[in-house]
Design a protein around this ligand. Structure first.
Ligand code: CP
Ligand code: NVA
Length: 302
């Protein structure tokens, strides 16, 4: 029976921990120059409806280093972009590929692709969730603190796809969350219901100063996600005062780390001083996408 990863909740707690441990192991093999071609001859099709630097390059390099091959599939060049049904694309690609990674505007399209594909479909970001990001993030927290259990993770900014997946992963990783957004930009009811149903522990705030008090991790992301560009002016006004800067970081716990999934908009959601400063684990976080996704694909192929 194939397993799709459309939500971080499609993984069990033991699978998530297994991926993080395997990601750390594969990182050490790579750093030591040891071959780890664990997916020889496998193929990954990557469909991107939206731009990407990290997801595209990390998945492509991951598949290459696992001994397989990745294909970048631009919907504009696929017949899907000219109206071929998603279900027909899913069935056709299932005859060629081992795995599909899909970055979609609408989460429902990823659900439909997964429904008709006979091979695992990985959500490479939708409007709803970004599970692959959170795998690399949990690996980064594990490396930074030696644990994820008991951490306080404060997310400051727009309650978007990344925030949703962080919230839903909380009980598996054992961290508590604080989510701080301006009025109207907090987590949607549907996500809070899901978070409640899986036992996430979280508090909601509108004051960044209160939310980051005692935080081990301060996490932020863009105020204007892909697809929200028309709301740019409204959002820039609404998020004034939500920049993760030195003054805000001083309210966090001693040794707190700052995280950002990238791409960042310097001096909007995060200051350059913080992003490039000693508390930042952002570059390791970006690199860990490679290792965690290798571990994820290895698990799905077994
Ligand atoms: N964080 C992340 O998914 O980055 P890209 O949009 O560059 O893939
Ligand atoms: N929330 C951002 C994340 C990009 C990786 C977006 O959806 O554009």
């Amino acid at each position: 029976m194939k397993q799709d990863i459309l939500s971080i909740q499609d993984l069990s707690g033991s699978e998530l921990h297994g991926i993080v441990d395997m990601g750390i192991h594969l990182k050490s093999l790579r750093n030591a120059g040891i071959d780890h071609a664990l997916a020889r001859k496998h193929t990954l099709g990557m469909i991107f409806e939206k731009a990407s630097t990290r997801t595209r390059v990390s998945f492509e390099v991951a598949m290459f280093e696992l001994g397989g091959h990745a294909l970048f599939l631009n919907p504009g060049d696929l017949q899907m972009g000219r109206g071929e049904a998603v279900r027909d694309t899913a069935r056709t690609l299932s005859g060629y590929l081992s795995l599909i990674m899909y970055r979609s505007f609408h989460h429902e399209t990823a659900v439909e692709l997964a429904k008709y594909a006979e091979i695992p479909v990985i959500n490479g970001l939708s409007d709803h969730e970004h599970p692959c990001q959170i795998l690399g993030d949990i690996m980064t927290m594990q490396e930074a603190f030696g644990r994820t259990e008991g951490l306080k993770v404060t997310y400051v900014g727009d309650s978007n796809n990344v925030c949703n997946s962080l919230l839903l992963a909380a009980p598996m990783a054992g961290y508590e969350m604080a989510v701080c957004s301006p009025e109207g930009f907090g987590p949607k009811e549907e996500i809070l219901h899901q978070a409640d149903s899986v036992g996430s522990r979280y508090e909601l705030f509108t004051s960044p100063e209160k939310a980051v008090s005692g935080a081990d991790v301060v996490y932020t992301d863009t105020w204007i996600s892909m697809g929200n560009e028309e709301e740019r002016e409204i959002r820039l006004r609404a998020f004034a005062g939500f920049t993760v800067n030195e003054a805000l970081m001083q309210r966090a716990a001693d040794g707190a780390k700052v995280m950002h999934c990238l791409p960042a908009h310097r001096e909007n959601e995060i200051s350059s001083v913080v992003m490039d400063g000693p508390s930042s684990v952002i570059w390791n976080q970006a690199e860990n996408r490679l290792h965690a996704q290798k571990a994820l694909m290895k698990m799905l192929l077994e």
